[in-house]
Ligand binder design. Structure first.
Ligand SMILES: [Zn+2]
Length: 227
């Protein structure tokens, strides 16, 4: 975590990264040295981003992502800015699959950065302030309409629609499907389909048919209440 510097910052919006860019270009850097910059409204601006090495703290530019909240001195970062910083931290952990250390600039080198209030927040574990709107990934809604079976949904194959098939089978009482829910039409899914076929023999093409088939898939959906 970084702050801007000694003086309180009143600007918000694109003026924030532009000012940093001007300053860092003047130092002959390749643009903004931070990976991300956050203004007091909580807007996140991409500097070097996720995939390029930052230039924000000697010895830590490869091992850490640098994020600046555009405050200065003892200026208190807004709740919106802290929420955005925490969201970036969570995303960084998600991308690496690790619990990353939370550090202020002064943990890496002798400096006043990231200033008193921000450093206290980092040391407190970067708690996300309550309230505000949390960006949520859109949850895929199960269809309430009957959909056609995709040609790629076959025993042994992978297809995103296999998840739907597995959920329908479980809902219909033909689970458990070990390892569900995945996109793999594996042996467990095939056994569940065979169990469904045993109760709905007119849709099977042979004994213990592991292939749901287009007509069977429609019938299974109708049983689940789809129209
Ligand atoms: Zn700094």
């Amino acid at each position: 975590m970084h702050y801007d510097g000694a003086h309180p910052i009143t600007r918000t919006g694109p003026a924030v990264p532009r000012a940093i860019e001007r300053a860092h270009l003047a130092q002959k850097w390749s643009g903004i040295g931070y990976n991300f910059v956050i203004d007091q409204n909580g807007a996140i601006f991409e500097g070097r981003g996720w995939n390029h090495q930052g230039a924000h703290c000697p010895g830590h530019n490869r091992s850490g992502w640098g994020v600046q909240i555009a405050v200065g001195g003892d200026q208190k970062p807004s709740d919106a800015a802290l929420r955005s910083a925490r969201a970036l931290y969570d995303e960084a952990c998600r991308r690496t699959g690790r619990t990353l250390a939370k550090k202020g600039h002064k943990d890496g080198i002798a400096t006043l950065c990231p200033g008193g209030p921000l450093y206290v927040w980092v040391k407190a574990g970067m708690p996300a302030p309550a309230g505000g709107t949390k960006p949520k990934p859109p949850a895929p809604k199960p269809s309430s309409k009957i959909v056609a079976l995709h040609g790629g949904v076959r025993p042994g194959a992978r297809h995103s629609q296999v998840r739907d098939l597995q959920q329908l089978l479980i809902k219909a009482g033909h689970g458990p499907i070990k390892g569900a829910v995945t996109d793999l039409y594996g042996p467990e899914t095939q056994r569940a389909v065979a169990r469904w076929h045993d109760l709905n023999p007119k849709f099977r093409t042979g004994q213990h048919d592991p292939d749901i088939g287009p007509r069977g898939f429609v019938a299974l959906q109708k049983q689940a209440g789809r129209r």
